[in-house]
Write a protein that binds this ligand. Sequence first.
Ligand code: ZN
Ligand code: ZN
Length: 672
Amino acid sequence: MTKMFKIALPDGSVKEMPEGSTPADVAAAIGPGLAKAALAAKVDGEVRDIMRPFEGDASLALITSRDEKDALDLVRHDFAHILAEAVQNLYPGTQITFGPATEDGFYYDFAPTPEHGPFTEEELPAIEQEMRRIIAADKALVREVWTRDRVRDFFAKTGEAFKAEWVMELPEGETITMYRTGEGEGAWIDLCRGPHLASTGKLDPNAFKLTRVSGAYWRGDPKNPMLSRIYGTAWLNKKQLDEYLKRLEEAAKRDHRKIGQDMDLFHLQAEAHGSVFWHPHGFIVWRALEAYMRRRIDEAGYQEIKTPQLMDARQWEKSGHWGKYRENMFVVPDEIPSTDEDKPILSGKADLMALKPMNCPGHIQVFKQGITSYRELPIRLYENGSCHRNEPHGALHGLMRVRQFTQDDAHIFCTDEQLVDEVSKFCQLADRVYRDLGFEKYAIKLALRPDKRAGTDEQWDRAEQELRDAVRAAGFATAEYGWEELPGEGAFYAPKLEWHLTDAIGRTWQVGTIQADRVMPGLLDAAYVGEDGEKHTPVMLHRAIFGSYERFIGILIEHYAGKFPLWLAPVQTVVATIVSDADAYANEVAAKLADAGVRVETDLRNEKINYKVREHSLAKVPLLLVVGKREADEGTVAVRRLGSEDRQVVMSVDQALSMIREESIPPDLTPH
Ligand SMILES: [Zn+2]
Ligand SMILES: [Zn+2]
C-alpha cells in the first residue's frame, strides 16, 4: 500500500498526499491557477524546489510572486546560474566558482581563460542575449543528490579546478546537491544548495540587466587568484526593473559626492583615507546641525561633555574592546618618536594607547567622578564625540562610510525603574529631530536576541519587553511608524531599537539607535548609592539620533538633492548684478543682509545674468537677488528662487530681508 503524508496548509486544512508527491502536485490539486503561479515551496519553514518530493508529514506554504522577498531571492539565484551557463557557452574554458543572489540582483565569479583575460562591459550585451536564449528554451532546473567523490571527479573531468577544490572541503557524508539546467547534450550543471524555480522559462527575460564587471579574489583572499565578477540586477518583471533603474538614475543625480563638489562642501583625498576635509560651506551645514542638536539636548536635560581621543590600552582591555574590537582600532605608542637617523623611529617598547572607536568608556569615567546618589539619576551625558575606526580602504564611501566620524552620542545612566521612561522620552526626541530635518517617514524596529548571545533567556525577555513598552508608551508602536520586530538582529549583549529614515526617493537609512546595556557599567565599575545605602550598578543607555554627523550630512545632501532649507543652506542668497552700474548698489544690499546675519555673497562678474543664474542654481543657492539699474534706482531686488529661476518677484530690500530672516529660522525656534 502507498504510504500517505499529511500536508498541512496555511489555511489550517490538511491534504493527504501519496509518498513521492511534491508541492507542485499539491498546487495542482488546489487549482490550475495556483499550479501556474507557484514558484517554490516553504516546507516546514524551509524554502525548497517545488518539484522536490515530501519526505514525510509536513507543513506547506506555496511561494508565488506575491511573496516578494522569497520570490526575488529565488529568481536572482536562477539568474546567476543562467549567467554562468551563458558565459560558459560563449567562452568555453571559462571556469565557474560561485554566484549568489544580492540585495538587488546577483553576481557570478569566473576564472576566464588566460587568453581571454577578465571580462569587460562591452561583452555584457552578448551575454545578456545568450541568457535570454536559455530562458526562452525553458530548461528544467533539476535537483540531484551526489556523493562528494562523484562531484569531485565530475569537476576534475570538466576542468573545474575551483569547484573540485571546494567540494573536498565539505564534510564527508554531507548531502551534496547538484542542479542540472536542461537535459541531455544541452544540460549545464552546478554545485548548489538551491533552491531554484522549476524551469528557466519561469523567469521574465526582460526583468534583468547585467550592470558591471569587477575583480574579486577567489574566496576573498588576496593571496588567491583574481577572478572576474559579473554583476546583474534582477526582478520579477520588467516594471520592477524599470523602476529600479530609474531609482538608480535619480540616486546618481543626488550622489552626495557630486553635489558636495558642486556646492564646494568638502573633499576627501588619499593622504587621509576616510577622513573628511570640510570646506567653509560644508562646515556651515555642520555648525547649523550642531547648534540645532545642542538646543534639542539642552532642553531634554542632557549635559554636554568632551572626553579624550587617546586612552591607555589597559582601559580598552577592561571595557572588553581590546579583545573583540582591536582590529578596528588605531593603536598608538605612548612614546616620543626618535629623529635620530640611525635609530628606528619607535623603540617598540612603549605602552600602547588607542584612538577611541567609541565614546562609552570615556563617559563612564566622567560618571564615576565623585559619589553618585540615586537622587541624581538619570544622568544624561552628551558628546559630539569624534571616533576613529579602522575600516579597510575598499569599504570607505564618501561621507557614508568613513574612518573618522563624529557621533551625536549620549549615554543615559539610570535605574531599572527609570529605563522605560527614558527610552520613551528618547523616542519622542528622535521623532522631533527627524521631522525638523525634513523626514516625514521613518520606521522604528526592535532588533531581538541573536543566536549567539550573553545572558539568560529571562534577562532577554525582560530587556526586549522594556524596549517594546517604551515605544508603546511613546505612542510609536504602530504601523504608521513602521513598528516592526526583527528576530535575531540584536547585539550579542542586548536588544536595540533602530530608526530607519525614508528619504525623498524612497531609500531607507538606518540612523538612530538606543540600546540598554547592563554589562559595560559593571565592567568599568560604575556605581551609584541606592535608597538602601548600598552600591548599585546603573543601567547605561547608549543612544544616537544622527548616528554620525558625516553620514547624516551625506544623507541630508541626497535627501534634499542639495536644495537645503534656508536654515541649513551654506549660502542663503547671492546678490547678482545685471549691469556693472549696479555694483555699488549690490554691495550695499549685501552689506545690509550680512549685518542682519544672512549668509550672503555677491556676484559682480561681467557675465550675462542667465549664465550667473545657471551657475548659482548648480551650486544650489536657494535665493538669487538680481539687481540692475532700475532696482538700484528704486531700492528693490528681483528675487528668483532655486527651481523656478525663470520667475521673479520684485520687492524692497527690507521686504526681502524680512522674508529671508523668517525662512532662516531653524524649525525648533519657529514660533508655533
Ligand atoms: Zn546555485
Ligand atoms: Zn555607547
